[in-house]
Design a protein around this ligand. Structure first.
Ligand SMILES: CC(C)(COP(=O)(O)OP(=O)(O)OC[C@H]1O[C@@H](n2cnc3c(N)ncnc32)[C@H](O)[C@@H]1OP(=O)(O)O)[C@@H](O)C(=O)NCCC(=O)NCCS
Length: 181
């Protein structure tokens, strides 16, 4: 499956829910803006991801990744979320927030049953397109160093590591990645 942003291989644009365009990626994954009707499904996805994470992550991080529907609705006020769906099932999500001309990606998750199939790459590709249209000059992400899948993903997608913040969040190292767009 094509995951690299900038490649049109295996992708097509067509009207999605509510007539808005969405991106269909080979393998049947569709990436679209989240709708208010999906708040319960997205909260269930975050809960599933947290419950299946290997141990060793700070409890505060895990708690922060399990919003209630009310909390997620309030996140949506400041952050633009995209979701990935396959056959109508919500299988991934990423949030984008723009500040000072830079787009920060947050809360990136993919359902454990659908990993290593390019879903995160598709979500980030859509987020980068959106950030570019919003005139951001750079997209950046700051995973905990322990999140090795995220680190592998960002390197795979051509992000550069621009720094490490030592013992920055809950006494954990944070790695900072960015990509000029
Ligand atoms: C990180 C995460 C979003 C990746 O989602 P995904 O859909 O499996 O990623 P993709 O299939 O798009 O991966 C594309 C490439 O990234 C790299 N990658 C992805 N997962 C990896 C892993 N566990 N280890 C090493 N490299 C990995 C690989 O190069 C992969 O290509 P390949 O499968 O052909 O080898 C997912 O593992 C996840 O939800 N993890 C828990 C939450 C999390 O860490 N979120 C990130 C916060 S910043």
């Amino acid at each position: 499956m094509t995951t690299e942003h900038g490649s049109d291989r295996g992708t097509e644009r067509s009207p999605g829910a509510n007539g808005k365009p969405h991106e269909k990626i080979a393998g049947g994954t569709v990436v679209e803006r989240v709708t208010h009707q999906e708040v319960a499904a997205i909260c269930a996805l975050y809960k599933k991801v947290v419950e299946t994470q290997p141990g060793g992550l700070p409890v505060e991080l895990l708690k922060g990744w399990t919003p209630t529907p009310l909390e997620f609705t309030s996140w949506m006020e400041g952050v633009t979320y995209f979701v990935a769906r396959r056959e109508g099932r919500l299988i991934g999500s990423v949030g984008c927030e723009i500040r000072h001309g830079a787009c920060h990606l947050v809360h990136l998750v993919v359902d454990p049953e659908f990993r290593r199939q390019g879903v995160a790459g598709a979500l980030i590709g859509t987020a980068v397109d959106w950030a570019r249209r919003a005139n951001a000059a750079v997209v950046w992400v700051d995973p905990l160093a322990k999140l090795t899948a995220a680190v592998g993903l960002l390197k795979h997608l051509g992000f550069s590591e621009v720094g490490v913040l030592h013992k920055h969040m809950w006494a954990e190292d944070v790695r900072v990645f960015e990509r000029q767009i």
